[in-house]
Design a binder for this molecule. Structure first.
Ligand code: GUN
Length: 283
């Protein structure tokens, strides 16, 4: 078997085009505020990409760049101000924050109706208990789009997620449970990881270990989603040994050009939804 590629770049471009058209019919512009503390190189690039993508679909995106040594009180004050600002529809705090800051406290502070990353306690609780939050986290939401594009009925499938982060693994598990998947969350301490992976109909690698998932870990016909973004010898590569796994998988996402572009598109979609909810405009 040679896996077919799930083209996240193309799908994200289509979603952004649709969004641009919908934004053009609004009376105002959805407004996203990005809070960035410090100078993490990847975060600087991600946030610049988010800003460019937002502006391209007709939204406003301001980046609030705080110094590396910013105090929690100052961070809190900024979030409180953005919460109160009627012009701001969505707020995200770029992670990771500098280590002296309490990221959980910052995320808790964002009003649930502006928490377009869906990382706050309220939205996390809604996702797990009601199956639906104001906003679901962008990367898992993007992954679900990619999966549904090749496998519209996920019911009863065994999904194995390697990685238990709050950004990807855990919220993705909640979303897949909502689609009636059987979900296994595996991680670096899991025993028999290869055997667990090989039992998956849907295998999601989100652990940040370059090339961890090899051909033998993949059941013939499985759908493989690679969330990894690793820099190996100056080149971006995922958590999946792409060439080898292509021999067993039915579908696979590339790195780059798979999950990454979908994350940005989903964040914009969430910001658009935030605008609609807050403005009470309908389309
Ligand atoms: N860091 C890595 N991924 C994300 C994300 O989706 N949102 C935020 N805020 N920070 C991140």
């Amino acid at each position: 078997m040679t896996a077919k590629i799930i083209d996240g770049r193309k799908m994200a471009a289509e979603l952004r085009d649709e969004l641009a058209e919908r934004v053009s019919r609004l009376s105002g512009k959805p407004h996203l505020a990005v809070v960035l503390a410090g100078n993490d190189e990847a975060s600087l690039i991600y946030d610049r990409n988010k800003q460019k993508a937002a502006e391209k679909v007709g939204m406003v995106c301001d980046i609030y760049h705080l110094p590396e040594d910013v105090l929690q009180t100052e961070l809190n004050r900024l979030i409180d101000g953005l919460n109160q600002d009627k012009n701001v529809n969505g707020i995200i705090v770029q992670l990771p924050l500098p280590v002296h800051l309490d990221a959980a406290a910052a995320l808790r502070r964002i009003l649930p109706e502006k928490d377009v990353d869906g990382f706050g306690l309220y939205n996390t609780g809604l996702l797990w208990t009601q199956g639906k939050a104001f906003f679901a986290p962008a990367t898992p939401k993007g992954i679900l789009h990619l999966l549904k594009s090749v496998s519209p009925d996920l019911s009863g499938k065994h999904a194995v997620i390697i990685g238990r982060s709050n950004i990807v693994g855990k919220p993705l598990a909640a979303l897949l449970l909502g689609c009636d998947c059987t979900v296994t969350i595996a991680h670096s301490k899991s025993e028999n990881l290869a055997a667990l992976a090989a039992s998956a109909d849907i295998l999601v690698a989100a652990c940040g270990c370059a090339g961890l998932v090899r051909k033998e870990w993949v059941k013939p016909g499985a759908v493989v989603i690679d969330v990894g973004i690793n820099r190996v010898e100056g080149k971006l590569s995922g958590d999946v040994d792409f060439d080898g796994v292509c021999e067993n998988a039915s579908y696979i996402t590339p790195v780059p050009g798979g999950v990454g572009p979908m994350t940005v598109a989903m964040l914009l979609e969430n910001t658009f939804e935030a605008y609609l909810q807050q403005s009470k405009e309908t389309l």
